[in-house]
Design a binder for this molecule. Structure first.
Ligand SMILES: *Cc1c(COP(=O)(O)O)cnc(C)c1O
Length: 425
């Protein structure tokens, strides 16, 4: 093995990091191993991961059950193209997802990233109406503070001001942004918007209950139920982007369950493989799928990523679902929620804190005033925790297996970093 300082200093000049101003940002930390809820750094330090590697590692790192499943798969069939050929891990996974999702959400299209899963959902929705002879229904309604991905089609569905894509505004399709219908006024406005544009609308897309990368904004189940009901009334499809909320993060296996909503299309990714391998799924209800069945090749869904339904990733996802069956994940989420509520509440008293929000295993503290993200991030790492604020929020989304003591270390770090900041305001 080479020395860390060799691969780090020799390789860094060839790496382009995400969402990073590389002229000024602090250098990234070198990770050499992970275990449970901990990351081990090259300099020997250990960090407790408070954000589950972008919200994926719900069982913690290196779970032996997932590792064994992937090792077995690697020895027999790591990957095979998924056109004209199928394999057991993908078919079993599709069947299990269909059984877990509500209603007749039962047709699963696999891809390799969340953004692409949303792109596929958009294609499904637009072509659904075309196949039904309503080709003018092509536009999508999305919500303020929403985030649906980094690719061109999905950027056009992110909040245009707060989103990370304002730069490209001129070169994206023109969809329609709405306010979340959370009170009388916004409900009337949303209803009117759908009524006015229904003839040109393919779908509404929403992150159910929690808008993640757009700022950890939370809404209630009634708001979600109202959106679903309005979509039905105005004949517009509903796409639920559960990429962040899916697999227990909000307290139910899927956030839509809390509002008894059955969307027409659901997008899944982040925690699908328990944070081990890239995989995503776009799942459609029966009536959506049936609109593609015709004696006409051009009515078929025209999409097919090279690595779709990768067998290693599907094996990891099946093992992850085993863990949801065998281990008390949702009870763990409920315990995390109670602890986050109690231990983040004192942040409300600090200067420069605009609000504290908790839902399931998500705790967010919204800041006011100058944020100084880089300095905050460095401070957290200095306290032995991996917490990475973005925009104006400091948030925790720990692995569900985290123990109470480790979670207390995370919340104490948030309180102390924000108290230090308050003292300088
Ligand atoms: C992360 C995320 C995406 C994009 O997924 P990628 O795998 O990063 O492409 C889309 N929608 C939501 C709600 C997300 O949280």
């Amino acid at each position: 093995m080479t020395e860390t300082r060799d691969w780090l200093t020799e390789g860094l000049p060839n790496i382009w990091l995400p969402y990073t101003q590389m002229a000024t940002a602090a250098p990234p930390l070198a990770v050499v191993a992970s275990q449970g809820v901990r990351l081990r750094l090259a300099d020997g330090r250990e960090l407790i991961d408070g954000i589950s590697s972008w919200w994926t590692a719900c069982h913690g790192y290196n779970h032996p059950h997932i590792r064994a499943a992937v090792e077995r798969q690697l020895a027999t069939l790591p990957h095979v193209m998924f056109a004209g050929l199928v394999h057991e891990p993908a078919l079993r996974l599709a069947q299990r997802l269909a059984a877990l999702l509500p209603g007749d959400l039962e047709r699963v299209f696999f891809t390799e990233s969340g953004s692409v899963a949303v792109e596929v959902a958009l294609k499904m929705a637009i072509q659904y109406w075309r196949n039904k002879g309503q080709a003018e229904k092509q536009r999508i309604v999305y919500f303020r503070h929403g985030y649906h991905g980094d690719t061109f089609a999905t950027m056009a569905l992110c909040d245009p001001e707060e989103g990370m894509h304002a730069l490209f505004a001129g070169s994206m399709p023109d969809h329609i942004m709405a306010e979340l219908p959370s009170d009388e006024t916004t409900r009337r406005a949303f209803d009117l918007l759908l009524e006015t544009h229904a003839g040109r609308l393919a779908a509404v897309i929403v992150e159910p209950l929690v808008q993640g990368a757009g700022g950890m904004k939370m809404h209630d189940a009634q708001t979600l139920a109202f959106i679903a009901e309005a979509c039905r009334r105005h004949q517009v499809l509903l796409i639920a982007d559960e990429i962040m909320t899916g697999f227990g993060r909000t307290g139910r296996l899927f956030a839509c369950e809390e509002a008894d909503v059955i969307p027409d299309i659901v997008c899944l990714s982040k925690a699908l493989t328990g944070g081990t391998l890239p995989l995503a799924a776009t799942v459609a209800r029966r009536h959506v799928f049936e609109a593609f069945l015709a004696d006409d090749p051009s009515a078929a869904l025209m999409h097919g990523p090279t690595y779709m339904a990768n067998a290693l990733a599907c094996a990891a996802a099946n093992a992850s679902l085993d863990l949801f069956e065998r281990e008390p994940r949702l009870a763990q989420v409920a315990a995390i929620e109670a602890q986050l509520r109690e231990e983040l509440a004192p942040c409300r008293e600090l200067a420069g804190v605009a609000g504290v929000r908790v839902k399931g295993a998500i705790g967010a503290v919204e800041l006011a005033g100058g944020i100084g993200l880089d300095a905050l991030r460095r401070r957290f790492a200095g306290l032995g925790v991996w917490v990475r604020p973005f925009g104006n929020v400091v948030y925790l989304m720990p692995p569900f297996v985290i123990g109470a003591a480790d979670l207390a270390t995370l919340t104490a770090a948030v309180r102390s970093v924000l108290a230090e900041r308050a003292a300088t305001l």
